[in-house]
Design a protein around this ligand. Sequence first.
Ligand SMILES: [Zn+2]
Length: 438
Amino acid sequence: MFNEKAQMMKLDDIRQVQEKKITKMMKYAYDNVPMYKKRFKEEGITPKDINGLEDVKKIPFTVKDDLRDHYPYGILAVPREKVVRFHASSGTTGTPTVVSYTRNDMETWGDLMARTYNAAGADAGDIVQNAYGYGLFTGGLGFHQGAEVLGCSVIPTSTGNTKKQIKMLYDFQTTVLACTPSYAIYLSEASQKFGYDPLKDFNLKVGMFGAEPWSDEARQSIQESMGLKAQDVYGMSELYGPGVAVECPEQNGLHIWSDEFLVETINPSTGEVLPEGEKGELVFTMLSREAMPLLRYRTKDIAVVNYEECECGRHHPRIMRVEGRSDDMLIVGGVNVFPSQVEAALLETEGTAEHYQIIVDRDVLDKLYVKVEIDKDYYESDEFDEEDLLRNVNENLTAILNIRAKVELLEPNTLPRTVGKAKRVVDLREEHDRMEEM
Ligand SMILES: [Zn+2]
């Protein structure tokens, strides 16, 4: 096992490490990041007031806008010359958020990613095909470096060129596939189109799927069609990148590498820290980041954290399910709707495919439209019954969402296929608002 000591730490030991690191980190951030010195002063506290985990709630939050405000070099705690790598994510507002890494940070990240692969079921000697985008996005280089640290043979295919991806899956007999879950679904469909049977022709063992939310039903579908264990990976560029948390083979929550990340769950409206086990927004403090320490970073991800020991023997707390992002949440006629709930309802309905689109529009009242493709095999079978399917989709949606949606069934292969993150939500109300402002 790679870095067994860290992977198998007992909860008491994890807490001890956290206590030790957090005290050090507070002083480090205060001394080296002017933004934090200013904020601590505004709150009337100094690092001396933070004497362990109990005091963390005194520290002000950090949000994504703080990173944007520090464009281009980010929230640097070291001279720029000490930075060996920058990554950036493009914001919808135009100013990218930049993140930076020292040599030590790269080592920590490499270790975290190697553990992530290993805990998911990959090992030294595996053949890793990395179809995440290489570049400013942390996915490509993050998954690349971690696989090398673990001792795998890496094929850096990057995104796109699906035909070539499939040929390499076959020719190299790739054992580990790293890409977004929506691309994995696309690859499995395309493989069959190009004449391959993934179960017979490929040698896949594990899929490292992250960067977008996906449901258990999508997981089942990928596992069955590709013959691999589909593992969820959690992370974000502000927290190194991928490698914050990962599923073990139990597939019952994602272990947070808690010797490096302190997690809290808060009420997203009030900022109040919630008791262990309650659903709320995840907030992370990196415990040894050198270039860009972030204290109590608000992720906007809504989830439950479970502190019980896992069947796999690991004690690192688990993110039980990311229910959606507070950002992605749609408010339709006063009801909260997460796109992931729509996906779950659709995939629970036999006869629908994984391809769907959610459209929200406003006439006098808000309206929710769901377009979903009919499963190809079902569509071509004698059992196909459109009315029956429509009724089932409606029932499942209403049960999960508590509101009615207008459902449209589409023939197979009508919705556009994407290579990266799928664009699944279209909110036409925003366009109306822009028109009205003009
Ligand atoms: Zn586990």
